[in-house]
Design a binder for this molecule. Structure first.
Ligand code: FRU
Length: 483
């Protein structure tokens, strides 16, 4: 039998779905971005990695580095499940840069053998620290906390530490699932430390209303003094225009800092109850577990997992080639009029080739299978854009905007079960689409909304059809160099 690695390498040259400007696993499975940081000039992207199986399995951390966010080097995976505290998976976590050192915090997953529900019993979630002076060689693992250190009314599901520095020390939040009896509720728990090794529980934060049973991958940061709490909640009810995926990821803008934020420390105030609206990060089929970091230029950058688990659609075409999933492009976060905007970092524009315009109402053949498309829209017009791989093909991706509703529709074979996602947007003046071989990232109105989806065409040809008279541009793109 071929391992995922063998399959992926053998198939590399004839794999038309292999991504050209998104980070993907060399072989096997990739999920959440982890440990994002810039350390001594170098960007580090770690991620959840199962190198031996494209369907997932035992989790380690994979590792990419870059000086400019477009040329990437593959590094040796730094963390494997090799201690009694993480023997069933090196789960998600974050990086902190402090005094010339990189600190990585993550959850060591342990599952006991036996008859357990693995919610209230049978599972350990250990908080573990490793350190590095060069970002590539790591210390032994230090066990910081076990389930005994988490509040008693929490199930065994506590994980994904995110750590930051504040005026009065260090803070860590972890995602959690509270115990049943009408309380089966997602929340984040907060810890404080003076030295990064000893952590004290400070309290929890949750919503005043019911909002899912588990919050994964929490993140907390501020952009232009706007305080953001990001979570990936599980258990939300699907609605017509929101929460359409099996799990969500989004953020609360903590609008009243005096309620949620400690003015002196600039940190989340334990015990605060959130009643702000939840904004989804991305409206597409394939997005989950984003993580942010601040780079040395002071930009807040978010990278999401361009994938999701437990969905009723799949990625069989890449699984057959020995790999699955990817990360989104790094997105720079800004705030305008109290709203969050996300756009690919400027560095990505170095991948753009020459700009061309194409006629509306005809099938325009793109030069390559990777390109950027931009449309300046007249907000009065309805818009329809079709992306396909052959003029006569019934297989397509369709984007529509009609009377305040935007929709993204994939046909059966192209979508592999991805059908339609819809969301409301009052005005539409710009659509930008970054099309990789089998992945689309769509940005509306300069990053007011984003949507990510996988798509599978039978060939590498690409045609674009635009209905109406819409000012447009297309650029072919260069692939991102990964060594
Ligand atoms: C989110 C998640 C995290 C966990 C990791 C395991 O996708 O479930 O909560 O740490 O993936 O791979």
């Amino acid at each position: 039998m071929q391992s995922a690695e063998q399959k992926s390498l053998i198939n590399k040259s004839k794999d038309i779905y292999r991504l050209k400007f998104h980070l993907m696993p060399a072989a096997g499975w990739m999920n959440d971005p982890n440990g994002l940081c810039q350390f001594k000039g170098l960007y580090h992207v770690f991620y959840q990695y199962s190198p031996l199986d494209a369907n997932g399995g035992m989790k380690a951390w994979g590792h990419y580095t870059s000086l400019d966010l477009i040329h990437w080097n593959v590094q040796t995976p730094p963390l494997f499940p090799d201690t009694p505290y993480d023997r069933d998976g090196v789960y998600s976590g974050s990086a902190l840069i402090h005094k010339e050192k990189m600190y990585l915090f993550y959850t060591g997953n342990v599952k006991h053998l036996g008859k357990f529900d693995y919610i209230e019993k049978g599972r350990e979630a250990n908080t573990i620290l490793v350190e590095s002076v060069d970002g590539c060689h790591f210390s032994d693992k230090t066990l910081l906390m076990t389930n005994k250190d988490y509040p008693e009314d929490y199930t065994c599901h506590v994980r994904d530490p995110k750590v930051w520095k504040a005026k009065d020390g260090f803070y860590m939040i972890q995602g959690g699932r509270k115990k049943g009896n009408n309380q089966d509720k997602g929340a984040v728990i907060i810890f404080h430390s003076k030295d990064l090794y000893h952590w004290n529980y400070r309290g929890e934060i949750t919503t005043t209303y019911d909002f899912g049973y588990m919050w994964e991958c929490p993140d907390y940061f501020s952009v232009q003094e706007t305080q953001i709490l990001s979570i990936s909640p599980q258990g939300l009810q699907k609605e017509d225009f929101c929460h359409q995926n099996v799990y969500q990821s989004g953020y609360f803008i903590l609008e009243k800092p005096e309620e949620a934020v400690d003015e002196t420390g600039g940190t989340l105030l334990p015990g605060s109850m959130i009643h702000a609206d939840f904004h989804e990060w991305d409206m597409g089929f394939d997005f989950y577990a984003p993580q942010s970091f601040e780079d040395e230029k002071g930009r807040r950058i978010v990278i999401g997992w361009a994938g999701i688990t437990d969905a009723d659609y799949d990625n069989l075409p890449t699984i057959e080639k020995g790999w699955q999933h990817a990360l989104t492009m790094p997105r720079c976060i800004t705030v305008k009029n109290g709203k969050l905007y996300q756009n690919p970092v400027n560095e990505i524009s170095a991948l753009l080739g020459t700009q061309e315009f194409f006629e509306c109402g005809i099938f325009y053949k793109a030069k390559k299978d990777i390109f950027k498309l931009e449309m300046q829209c007249n907000i009065e017009n309805n818009i329809k854009l079709v992306l396909t791989h052959a003029k006569e093909s019934a297989e397509m991706v369709t984007l529509c905007w009609e009377q305040g509703t935007f929709s993204l529709t994939l046909t059966e074979k192209t979508g592999r079960g991805r059908d339609i996602r819809r969301w409301k947007i009052k005005e539409l003046y710009k659509i930008e689409i970054y099309a990789d071989t089998s992945l689309l990232e769509i940005y509306l109105n300069d990053g007011e909304m984003a949507a990510t989806t996988r798509m599978y065409f039978d060939s590498q040809d690409r045609y674009v059809y635009l209905e109406g008279t819409i000012k447009n541009s297309i650029w072919d793109m260069k692939g991102m160099i990964i060594q």
